[in-house]
Design a protein around this ligand. Structure first.
Ligand SMILES: Cc1cc2nc3c(=O)[nH]c(=O)nc-3n(C[C@H](O)[C@H](O)[C@H](O)COP(=O)(O)OP(=O)(O)OC[C@H]3O[C@@H](n4cnc5c(N)ncnc54)[C@H](O)[C@@H]3O)c2cc1C
Length: 308
């Protein structure tokens, strides 16, 4: 039986594993792969302490850091997807897709999330070729260009605000005529003369040769199809947390994020913590995920010692 099982090997899971091994908790980390979501990024500019690093290199560094602690206090279970977790009296039983099961006194869930993808013709083909899902990562590459943002919530408006600082123009497309973002943010963005919002828009297709050159949408009121030239499309239509297997075990919000106490990262179920993109924390970035995980681990450590 483990003291702690960490689920997920992205930045959050890695941070929790390193801290757990150093505190000599008997720990296992189970992950489908190492590195997390940003491994696909060509360059990451905000991983603190490293001015520029490729996503691949960051992923590989995270794995190296975990392997450094492999030993009596840390088991590494890779290429395994967790499919079920149950609480049996005071023990958590974790089952993986390959049919194995593991027992632990505590669990830190760090299974992250995936971006909700744009469903339009050619959207998959132009991903990373003009279509991007991360303005903080890729935005500056589009300085002085006319870019488009898809979405109508806070993420879409905050992305627009970021892009307005250096892009020539930002046009936001929203599928209905009511924005879901905070009014104050919407007002601020709408006041910018470089910004334009197009509502009741259904995105139909993206075109280009090697890179994006235009987007076609349908005006849902008139039925007209309109094509706009652009080099950059920023998609902010939500995230899908990897938490299906946690349903019924901990409190989960309406979009599937694990509800945590922001002071400790504790979930609604004693003995389970969560960190990073799978939680209902307001902001999600690599540095935040690692910080959340360290907080979760510190609290787990105290809990284990109190419940010995
Ligand atoms: C394209 C892109 C670029 C980005 N660029 C930046 C950037 O430049 N700077 C920045 O700070 N942030 C960036 N982000 C955001 C950043 O990647 C996330 O905030 C961060 O990865 C969250 O870390 P995490 O550990 O919570 O989750 P994730 O990174 O999502 O890691 C989750 C891990 O859990 C594993 N997993 C998932 N489900 C299961 C399961 N059922 N069983 C076992 N394992 C499972 C996955 O394989 C993965 O290893 C970017 C995101 C994307 C999508």
């Amino acid at each position: 039986m483990y003291d702690l099982i960490i689920l997920g090997g992205g930045p959050a899971g890695t941070a929790a594993a390193v801290y757990a091994a150093r505190k000599q908790l008997k720990t296992a980390i189970i992950t489908s792969e190492f590195g997390g979501q940003s491994v696909v990024s060509e360059t990451i500019y905000n991983w603190i302490g490293t001015p520029e690093i490729s996503g691949n290199q960051l992923g590989s560094n995270l794995k190296t850091h975990i392997l450094y602690y492999k030993g009596p206090f840390l088991d590494i279970i890779e290429d395994e997807k967790v499919k079920e977790i149950n609480k049996i009296i005071d023990v958590f039983l974790i089952k993986t897709e390959s049919g194995k099961s593991y027992e632990s006194k505590t669990v830190i869930v760090a299974t992250g999330s995936g971006r909700r993808k744009l469903e339009a013709i050619n959207a998959d083909i132009f991903e990373h070729k003009g279509i991007t899902y991360c303005a903080s990562c890729d935005g500056p590459m589009f300085a002085d260009q006319d870019v488009l943002v898809i979405g109508g919530g806070n993420a879409a408006f905050e992305t627009s605000m970021q892009l307005l600082a250096y892009c020539k123009s930002v046009t936001l497309f929203h599928r209905s005529n009511e924005f879901r973002a905070d009014e104050i943010t919407v007002k601020k963005v709408l006041e910018n003369p470089k910004f334009k919002a197009i509502t009741n828009a259904e995105i139909l297709r993206v075109d280009g040769e090697q890179f994006v050159s235009s987007l076609t949408y349908k005006d849902k009121i008139t039925g007209t199809e309109i094509t706009l030239p652009t080099t950059g499309i920023f998609v902010e239509i939500g995230q899908i947390p990897n938490t299906d297997f946690m349903k019924g075990i901990v409190e989960i919000d309406t979009i599937g994020k694990i509800v945590v106490d922001p002071m400790t990262q504790a979930s609604s179920t004693p003995g389970i913590w969560a960190a990073g993109d799978c939680t209902n924390g307001r902001y999600h970035q690599n540095n935040i995920a690692t910080g959340d995980a360290v907080k979760a681990l510190e609290d787990t450590y105290i809990w284990i010692h109190k419940n010995k």
